[in-house]
Design a protein around this ligand. Sequence first.
Ligand SMILES: Cc1cc2nc3c(=O)[nH]c(=O)nc-3n(C[C@H](O)[C@H](O)[C@H](O)COP(=O)(O)OP(=O)(O)OC[C@H]3O[C@@H](n4cnc5c(N)ncnc54)[C@H](O)[C@@H]3O)c2cc1C
Length: 406
Amino acid sequence: MKQTCDILVIGGGASGLFAAITAAQIAPHKRIVVLEREQRVAKKLLTTGNGRCNLSNVGGLKGHYYGDVAFAEAAFSHFGVEQTCCSMAQLGIPTVALEQEKLFPCSLQASSVVDMLRYAAADLGIEMITETTVERMIAKNPYEVYTNKGTWQADVVAIATGGKSCVGKFEGTTGYDLLQNMGYTVTKLTPAIVQVTTEKEPIKPLTGIKVDGQITAVCGKETRTEVGEILFADYGVSGPPVLQLSGMIARYGRADLMIDFMPDWSEQAIYDEIWSRRLRFASRSCEDLLTGLMNKRLGQTVLKRAGIEKLSRLGGSLTHQEVKAVVTMIKGFPLKANGTKGWSTAQVTCGGVLTKDFDPKTMASKLHRGLYVMGEVLNVTGDCGGYNLQWAWTSGYLAGKAMGEA
Ligand SMILES: Cc1cc2nc3c(=O)[nH]c(=O)nc-3n(C[C@H](O)[C@H](O)[C@H](O)COP(=O)(O)OP(=O)(O)OC[C@H]3O[C@@H](n4cnc5c(N)ncnc54)[C@H](O)[C@@H]3O)c2cc1C
């Protein structure tokens, strides 16, 4: 038997729940149903921000998005960070800015965001039906949506199925499939905000070390530089600046990385410091030449890679040329990236459904009346730092408002 409702939201994640809540606030009389394939809604949201949910960023959104940027910016002009904070506060989730303008719930608990969204949805009479996977839909009047547990009919359907990242072994129908079958264009999809794999040998001694530095990735004609804490692991590198670069590296498949371990020092200042150490500690071995200036293991690795193979040599024996080579290695430690850790650990999807067929004010389709699409499934990707959830809230809110008013 076919079941019916007024608004059917496919996907109970960040954007889908926010859209359903917004629609229900505007149109309390409408029957709103959220279909979610997992055992519980918003599972991914629980893991965001290392369990603290970095839900937005107060440092400005411009320059932090990729893909259909003009579409995203148009949407943000209707519902931005300020409106998100107000809406969250109304739902009982006041926010606080920490760590370089990242916005978190005051509770610093992602689980509390999920709880408050669930409670709001329940209070508003939204039906959240879990363990129900949408397998196919047909665009007719009303829409017919086929799931593993029966068929739904609705005049208004929202696709909020998220991206390909971190979805485990799921191999069923995705939002990309649903939309592609209806004639929408999906770009190439690559994992982003993910650890980067590199050649192993040069960083073998550095496994487990965290250093503040500047990292530049060169992919073909594209170059991007990020600053922050870089983590060395057995597979390659991670940490916030690496995660930021990972989308670009995933797109190209490889990159030439260059790490500046002392970005606040000029080459001359580093040279002077090392030369002065060479004089002051002339009778000590090179092993400790950089100790105190940087992480000891990193210092030794830099010296070896700069050609000082025998660290038992006396510091006083270093030539000007050798010190220059050490400075060059500190300011530009080269490393070849050969990919990323892939979908299983990626936080987001780069690419998605092209937005040319949607209205940025309402997320409504221009091709199918009553169809709305939001969140990560669209070709909008944000940087690490709360930008992806902000896109989920913005697109979810705008779609929810339009669906409520429809
Ligand atoms: C580990 C991790 C940490 C992250 N941390 C942050 C962070 O701190 N800040 C930030 O801004 N972003 C973060 N992100 C990214 C952020 O979580 C996503 O961009 C955001 O959740 C996307 O929202 P969405 O509603 O589009 O999709 P989702 O939240 O992924 O929701 C989509 C939902 O649709 C369901 N679904 C999919 N297909 C079907 C189907 N066929 N039938 C029924 N249901 C279906 C899924 O099960 C899912 O629940 C993180 C991501 C990960 C993986």
